[in-house]
Design a protein. Structure first.
Lengths: 464, 56
C-alpha cells in the first residue's frame, strides 16, 4: 500500500490493485460486446438485406481491428486507468482528454442501462410465456445494476473472473448453435440458397447498415480501462485486446451465418432476439435453453464490464481534477474506485427507467463513434511526438499510418450512415459535447493542477 | 400473489439491501480514513521494473 512520492519522501498511498491477466482483459472487452451478437446487429439486415449485413459486419470489423491495433500500441505505453482518456491527456491535451473521458462514461453508462433493460425484458417475456403477463421489469433492472455494482465495488479480480466465466458461456452458446444447425450439411437446416437475396435497397442500404454494424463490436476498446489493474500492461493489454477482436470477428460471422440461414431477412431485420429466434426455428428445446442462457449471460457480462469501465474513466477524471477530486478515491480494502461506482448507479438506473432502449443505445453508439474518431489523430500525434525507439512500447502495430487512415475513413462513412438514420440524435449529441467543452474550458479547468496530472516517467516528446 | 409477484418484491428487496450495504460501507470508509489517503493514488505507478517507459 505504501510507496514513495515524487519528492522522495515515504508516504502511505493506495492504488488500484494489479491482479489481472490477459484472460481478464479478454473477458472485459468481449464481455461488453458479445451481447451485440445476440441482439442489435440484425438491424443491419433491415437496412441492407442479408448480404448488406455481411458487408457491414466485415467492414465495421475492419474499423474495430484498426481500433484494436491502435489501442494496443498506445495503451501498452500509457498504462493508466481511464484508457483513451489518459492517452488523450498525454498525447493531445486537456480539452480532448475531457471530451474523450466524457464519451467513455456516457457510452458505457448508457450501454449498461440498455443491458439492464434487456435483462428486465427477457424476464418479462419468460413470465409472459409462463402465463404471468404483467411482470414489472423495473425491479430486475435495478437488481442487475445493484448486484453488478456491488460486485465491482468488492474488487476487480472477482468481477472480471465472473465476467470471464459468463462471457465464455455466452460465446460457447453461439458455437453450440452453429454446430447444432449442421453447417456441413447445407439445405438440411440452413437455407441460404433460398433466403439470401440481392441488396434490397442497393448500396445506400449497405452504407446505412454500417451504423448498426457497430453492435457487433461496440466496446472492445474497453480493454484499455484495465491498464492500471493488469499485472503486466505491456503484455496483457495487447494479448487481451487482439484475442478479443479475433473472438468477436469469429462470433459475428458465425452469428450472421446461422441467423441468415434460418430466418428470412424481412423478419430478421426487426427481430428483438434474433439468435434466440433462430434457436426456436431449429425446434430443439436444448438449443433454445442454451441461447436463452447465452443471451442473459451476455447482457449481464456487458453491464458488468460497462460498470467497470465507466467507473475507471470517471475515477481518472476525478483524480486529475477534471471532475471533483472526491471521485478519485480508492477503497482502502477492496482497492476499487468505490465513489465513482456508487455515483454512476443512479445515472444508469435513470437511463434505464426511460425504457427507450433504441435511443439509449444510439447515444451510446454515437459516443463510441466520437471516441473512435479521436484515435487515428491520437495515433499520428503519438508516433510523431514519440517515434519508435524513443519510448518503450509493449506492442507496435504494423503498417502505420494505414490503420489510422482506414479508421478515419470508416468513421466518416459511419457518421454519414448514422446521419441517415439518427440525424437529430447525432446533432443533439454534438451540441451536448460542445456545451460540456465550454463548461470545462471556462469553469472547470481552473481547478486542474496542470503539473500533477502527468506523473509517468516518460521521455520528453520530440519538439518540446 | 403468485411466484412472479414474490420474485418482483424479492428483486426490490435484494437491490435495496445491496445499495444500502455499499452506502453504509462507503460512509464508514470515509469516516475511518483520511481524505488525503483515499485520494492518494497516482497514475503510472508501475511495480514491475520491466514496465519502465525508458529505453535502457
Amino acid at each position: 500500500m505504501s510507496s514513495t512520492d515524487t519528492a522522495g519522501q515515504d508516504r502511505q498511498r493506495i492504488s488500484l490493485l494489479r491482479v489481472l491477466g490477459p484472460a481478464h482483459v479478454w473477458a472485459l472487452g468481449v464481455g461488453i460486446v458479445l451481447v451485440g451478437e445476440f441482439m442489435g446487429w440484425n438491424f443491419t439486415v433491415g437496412k441492407g438485406g442479408a448480404m448488406g449485413s455481411l458487408i457491414a459486419c466485415w467492414v465495421i470489423g475492419l474499423l474495430y481491428t484498426c481500433v484494436a491495433m491502435i489501442d494496443s500500441e498506445v495503451t501498452s505505453t500509457v498504462a493508466a486507468a481511464g484508457g483513451q482518456y489518459a492517452q488523450a491527456k498525454h498525447i493531445m491535451g486537456p480539452l480532448m482528454a475531457f471530451n474523450v473521458g466524457l464519451y467513455l462514461v456516457m457510452a458505457y453508462t448508457m450501454l449498461e442501462a440498455a443491458d439492464a433493460l434487456v435483462v428486465g425484458d427477457l424476464l418479462s417475456s419468460v413470465a409472459g410465456e409462463m402465463g404471468h403477463n404483467a411482470l414489472d421489469p423495473r425491479p430486475f433492472v435495478v437488481l442487475t445494476i445493484a448486484a453488478l455494482a456491488w460486485l465491482n465495488y468488492r474488487g476487480v479480480l472477482m468481477t472480471l473472473t465472473v465476467n470471464f466465466v459468463i462471457t465464455a458461456a455466452a460465446f460457447i452458446s453461439i458455437v453450440v448453435l452453429f454446430i447444432g444447425v449442421q453447417p456441413w450439411n447445407p439445405g438440411h437446416m440452413l437455407q441460404h440458397r433460398e433466403l439470401l437475396t440481392d441488396l434490397p435497397y442497393g448500396w445506400i442500404g449497405v452504407i446505412a447498415a454500417f451504423q448498426f454494424g457497430i453492435w457487433y463490436y461496440l466496446g472492445i476498446e474497453g480493454t484499455c480501462q484495465a491498464a492500471e489493474e493488469v499485472r503486466s500492461p505491456a503484455r496483457s493489454l495487447p494479448y487481451g485486446t487482439m484475442s478479443g477482436i479475433i473472438t468477436l470477428l469469429i462470433a459475428a460471422t458465425m452469428t450472421w451465418y446461422v441467423a441468415t440461414g434460418l430466418l428470412p431477412w424481412e423478419y430478421l431485420g426487426q427481430a428483438a432476439t434474433p439468435l434466440y429466434d433462430a434457436a426456436r426455428v431449429t425446434g430443439s428445446t436444448a438449443l433454445q435453453v442454451f441461447l436463452f442462457i447465452g443471451t442473459t449471460f451476455a447482457a449481464i457480462a456487458s453491464a458488468n464490464g460497462c460498470i467497470n469501465d465507466a467507473s475507471r474513466a470517471w475515477f481518472s477524471m476525478g483524480r486529475d481534477r477534471y471532475m471533483p477530486l472526491w471521485f478519485g478515491a480508492v477503497h482502502p480494502r477492496y482497492r476499487t474506485p468505490y465513489r465513482s461506482i456508487l455515483f454512476l448507479i443512479p445515472i444508469a438506473v435513470s437511463f434505464s427507467f426511460t425504457g427507450l432502449l433504441d435511443q439509449v443505445i444510439t447515444f451510446s453508439i454515437l459516443s463510441g463513434l466520437l471516441g473512435y474518431t479521436f484515435m487515428p489523430i491520437n495515433m499520428w500525434m503519438f508516433r510523431r511526438k514519440w517515434p519508435l525507439g524513443t519510448i518503450r512500447r509493449g506492442y507496435v502495430h504494423p503498417f502505420h499510418p494505414l490503420p489510422a487512415i482506414v479508421l478515419l475513413a470508416l468513421c466518416i462513412t459511419t457518421y454519414f450512415a448514422t446521419f441517415l438514420g439518427y440525424g437529430t440524435q447525432l446533432l443533439a449529441m454534438m451540441c451536448f459535447y460542445i456545451i460540456a467543452s465550454l463548461w470545462f474550458t471556462f469553469h472547470r479547468y481552473k481547478y486542474v493542477r496542470r503539473g500533477d496530472q502527468f506523473t509517468m516517467p516518460w521521455a520528453r516528446p520530440r519538439g518540446y | 400473489m403468485d411466484f412472479w409477484n414474490i420474485f418482483e418484491y424479492a428483486a426490490w428487496g435484494i437491490s435495496g439491501l445491496l445499495l444500502l450495504w455499499m452506502l453504509f460501507d462507503a460512509v464508514q470508509v470515509n469516516r475511518d480514513f483520511s481524505e488525503e489517503l483515499l485520494t492518494s493514488s497516482r497514475e503510472g505507478e508501475l511495480e514491475d521494473q520491466s514496465e519502465k517507459h525508458e529505453l535502457t
